[in-house]
Design a protein around this ligand. Structure first.
Ligand code: HEC
Length: 196
């Protein structure tokens, strides 16, 4: 009981400080707390959100509406009455994130890309994709440099979570691989975070 009271008092004090113009103290505290989160964890948090959005868009929007015959997904969705592809959804949202100035970047890559621009662009990305196709349980991570800046990069597996993934890639005229199966590692989600 003593302890609970103590922590309640401390909470009340912090709230009071906030109320009395101690907001600077609090935000300084928050800043140092966030600087303390290791980049591996930040990448894991980002991946959890990106993956959830990608899964919901693919299964609950694209798959569902296609199955009901309501609307199809098409690469040329802007010219047609169609949904954007799951890869385009990720690409468009990552562009907005890049424009926000946070320095965070993410993209889809693959050893069998429909477009060359989605091929790995470094040894780290290439070896990550090779090792993820054997063991998708852990991301592959490393430090990369661009100019004078250093970045933490984590590459997570991108799995064939739905029939629409493999149906489209196996039949796309530019796809170099045509025997993807459900749950295969089709590529990776490469997340890059600036290191201070
Ligand atoms: C209707 C067709 C279609 C569907 C459905 C689809 N893709 Fe793709 N995917 C594409 C196209 C086209 C690209 C290239 C997009 C670009 O770069 O503009 C692409 C890009 C990718 C890439 C990047 C490498 C590459 O091939 O260029 C990966 C990885 C990928 N898709 C995996 C998936 C997964 C996993 C799913 C299901 C969650 C999925 N795709 C669903 C057509 C599709």
């Amino acid at each position: 009981m003593q302890r609970i009271n103590g922590s309640l008092c401390a909470t009340a004090l912090i709230l009071l400080m906030g109320g009395l113009g101690g907001a600077d103290t609090l935000s300084a505290k928050e800043r140092s707390a966030s600087a303390g989160i290791p980049p591996e964890k930040v990448a894991a948090y980002l991946y959890a959100v990106i993956k959830a959005d990608r899964t919901v868009y693919t299964t609950e929007i694209v798959n569902r509406l296609q199955e009901k015959g309501i609307v199809m997904a098409s690469e040329h969705w802007e010219q047609e009455n169609a949904l954007m592809l799951p890869a385009q959804f990720l690409h468009h949202s990552s562009k907005l994130v890049a424009e926000s100035g946070s320095g965070i970047r993410y993209r889809l890559i693959s050893l069998w890309p429909i477009y060359r621009r989605n091929a790995p662009t470094s040894d780290l990305e290439r070896s990550a994709l090779e090792s993820l196709s054997k063991n998708p349980d852990w991301p592959v991570t490393g430090i990369v440099a661009s100019g004078h800046k250093q970045y933490f990069q984590a590459i997570y597996p991108d799995l064939a979570i739905s029939q629409v993934c493999i149906g489209c890639h196996n039949s796309h005229r530019l796809s170099p691989k045509r025997d993807f199966k459900l749950n295969d590692v089709m590529g990776g989600i490469a997340i890059t975070i600036p290191l201070e």
